[in-house]
Design a protein around this ligand. Structure first.
Ligand SMILES: C[S@@+](CC[C@H](N)C(=O)[O-])C[C@H]1O[C@@H](n2cnc3c(N)ncnc32)[C@H](O)[C@@H]1O
Length: 338
C-alpha cells in the first residue's frame, strides 16, 4: 500500500558512500537534540539573533553556537538573513516552550529515546530492554509518557477521525487510550457518541486534564483497567485500539482481541491503529521496522507486525469482515464482532 511519509528516505545501502550516509543519520538527530537541550528555540523566541549574542544568552561558546545555528539553518529549523537567525514557523511553535503549541513532552520522549538507542547492542543480545532509563517514579514516567502521546497526536487525531464512520454508534471504548486524544477527536466529529478511555490510573489522570480543556470532554468517561490482567467490562458499540498492538507479542494480542470481542455489542466493531508493515516481505515502511527496535529497547515483548498478520489474529479472535480503512495517514484495520 502506497503511503505518504515525511521520513527521510535512505536508499538501500549498496555502496560505501550509502553506508556513510546511513550511519551518519545520527548527526541530524544530535544537532536537533543538542538544540533542544540548550533550549535554543525558546531563547530565540520571536526575535532575530546574531550567533554571538545567542551564545551569550545560552551561556555557550561562540564557535559552538555558530556551528549549531548554521546546521539548524541548513535543516530549515532556523532562517538566516543579514547575519541573523530567526525561528522557522515550526521552531517558533512546537519547539518553543513559550508557545501554547509547544510539544515539550514529546520532545522529552525523543531525547529519552537517544539514550535508549545507545543500548541497542545489549538489547539485541539479550532480547530485553537495558539500563535504567526511567527518570522518575513509575507513576511520574507513565504520566510523562501519556503527555508525550498527547503532544504527538493532538494535530493528527482530528485528521484520522475524519475517516472513521461511526454513524449509529453510541458508545466507544478506547482500550489503552492514554490521553484520550483520539477519542476526543472522534467525539468532536460524532456529537451523539459517548467515549470511555480504558487505561492505567496515571494515564487517566492525564486524560482527565486533556478532556477538561476540550469542547467534547464532558462526553468522556474513564475506566481504570489493566487489560492484560483483567476482563474488559462493558458492552460497547465500538472499541478503538490505537498503538497498543506493538507493545505485546502475538499471543498476548490474540488474548487481548478476544477480551475486546467479549466487551462489544453483538453488532459492534473494533478499529485498530498501529505502525503496520504493508509489503509482502515485511520490510516497508522502514520506520515501522525501526520502531520495532524502539520496542525491543522499551518493552518486554513488543514488536511491529504486518497488517496481514494482525488481520489473521483478528479472524482468530472471532472478528468478521476484517477490512482496511484508508485515512489521510496510515490505514486502519476494522473488524465486526459478528
Ligand atoms: C503507546 S500508548 C498509546 C496511547 C493512545 N492509544 C494513542 O494512540 O495515542 C499505549 C497505551 O496503552 C496503555 N497500556 C498498555 N498496556 C496496558 C495494560 N495492560 N492495561 C491498561 N493500559 C495499558 C498505556 O498505559 C498507554 O497509555
Amino acid at each position: 500500500m502506497k503511503k505518504q511519509s515525511p521520513w527521510i528516505e535512505i536508499p538501500a545501502v549498496r555502496t560505501f558512500e550509502h553506508l556513510r550516509a546511513a550511519v551518519s543519520g545520527y548527526t541530524y538527530s544530535r544537532i536537533i537534540l543538542t538544540s533542544l537541550e540548550l533550549d535554543i528555540f525558546s531563547v530565540i523566541g520571536k526575535e532575530s539573533w546574531t550567533s554571538s549574542r545567542l551564545a551569550r544568552a545560552m551561556d555557550a561558546s561562540e564557535r559552538g553556537t555558530n556551528i549549531l545555528c548554521r546546521n539548524l539553518a541548513s535543516l530549515g529549523l532556523l532562517s538566516f538573513q543579514n547575519g541573523r537567525y530567526k525561528n522557522s514557523p515550526l521552531s517558533a511553535t512546537s519547539l518553543n516552550r513559550k508557545s501554547p503549541e509547544y510539544r515539550g513532552a514529546y520532545l522529552s520522549l525523543l531525547q529519552k529515546h537517544w539514550n535508549e538507542w545507545s543500548q541497542l547492542t545489549a538489547s539485541v543480545k539479550s532480547g530485553k530492554p537495558h539500563g535504567d532509563n526511567e527518570s522518575g517514579s513509575e507513576e511520574e514516567d507513565r504520566r510523562a509518557f501519556t503527555w508525550a502521546m498527547h503532544h504527538r497526536s493532538r494535530d493528527i487525531a482530528p485528521l484520522i477521525a475524519q475517516h472513521i464512520d461511526l454513524r449509529g454508534a453510541s458508545t466507544l471504548l478506547d482500550v489503552g487510550g492514554g490521553p484520550g486524544t483520539y477519542t476526543l477527536a472522534l467525539l468532536a466529529k460524532w456529537p451523539k457518541l459517548h467515549g470511555t478511555v480504558g487505561d492505567r490510573p496515571a494515564a487517566l489522570q492525564v486524560a482527565r486534564a486533556v478532556a477538561r480543556k476540550h469542547p467534547s470532554g464532558k462526553r468522556l468517561s474513564y475506566l481504570e483497567l489493566d487489560f492484560m490482567e483483567e476482563k474488559i467490562p462493558g458492552n460497547y458499540d465500538v472499541v478503538f485500539l490505537s498503538n497498543v498492538v506493538h507493545i505485546y507479542d502475538p499471543n498476548e494480542n490474540i488474548t487481548l482481541l478476544k477480551k475486546i470481542k467479549a466487551a462489544l455489542n453483538p453488532n459492534g466493531r473494533i478499529i485498530i491503529q498501529d505502525f503496520f508493515l504493508w509489503d509482502k516481505k515485511g520490510l516497508r515502511p522502514i520506520e515501522t521496522n525501526l520502531f520495532a527496535a524502539t520496542m525491543l529497547l522499551c518493552s518486554d515483548t513488543g514488536n511491529t507486525y504486518s497488517a496481514q498478520e494482525v488481520k489473521k489474529w483478528m479472524t482468530k479472535a472471532g472478528f468478521r469482515n476484517v477490512s482496511t480503512i484508508k485515512t489521510a495517514r496510515e490505514p486502519l484495520l476494522a473488524g465486526h464482532s459478528q
